[in-house]
Ligand binder design. Structure first.
Ligand SMILES: [Cu+2]
Length: 186
């Protein structure tokens, strides 16, 4: 496991590996943060892929979500971003229509607050990702608060990348939505 920055409760940057994920989650159970929002056994090992695109419809790569026993591994492989940090969230509705506003707010079924450094945060919160000078960003994030079962409800969910980094405070402050992808069973 490598820690990119900070030690913010339910989140770690991890390399894939069921054993490692289980170990991280065992640690997290001590903080009651590892409920996984109800993992469906049939989803274990299942990967769904969101095809990411910019407002102009141009492809910006993929975000793959793989269900583990105690959370989802979220793997971003993105292109076309501006250099620097970007907010990276699961939004509540599976639509990127027209200007990405249809994706709605952050996935937050239990009406929690926002921000890793603020208080109980909602399942749509994820750590910022960093794009290099060539516009690419790759990240593995382990989300223990969301599951494929919880996000693939009737109206689905979407992955959103923002123009600016998330503040991790009560107000995300991440600015415009620059990439969006619908999460589907595919
Ligand atoms: Cu967002």
């Amino acid at each position: 496991m490598s820690t990119a920055h900070g030690r913010n409760g339910a989140w770690r940057w991890v390399t894939p590996g069921v054993g490692m994920i289980a170990a991280v989650c065992t640690l997290l159970l001590a903080f009651a943060a590892c409920d996984g929002q109800g993992v469906d056994e049939a989803d274990l090992g299942v990967t769904v892929v969101a095809a990411m695109a910019g407002p102009d419809g141009v492809s910006m790569g993929t975000v793959a979500l793989t269900q583990g026993p105690n959370g989802m591994l979220v793997s971003a492989d993105l292109t076309g971003l501006t250099e620097g940090w970007h907010g990276f969230h699961i939004h509540e509705t599976g639509s990127c229509a027209p200007d990405f506003s249809a994706a709605g707010g952050h996935l937050n079924p239990d009406d929690k607050g926002h921000g890793f450094l603020h208080g109980p945060n909602h399942p749509g919160d994820m750590p910022n990702i960093y794009a290099g000078a060539d516009g690419t960003a790759r990240a593995n994030v382990f989300n223990t608060q969301a599951s494929l079962k919880s996000i693939l409800d009737d109206d689905g969910a979407a992955i959103i990348v923002h123009a600016k980094p998330d503040s991790y405070g009560a107000d995300p402050g991440a600015g415009d939505r620059v990439a969006c992808g619908v999460i589907n069973r595919n």
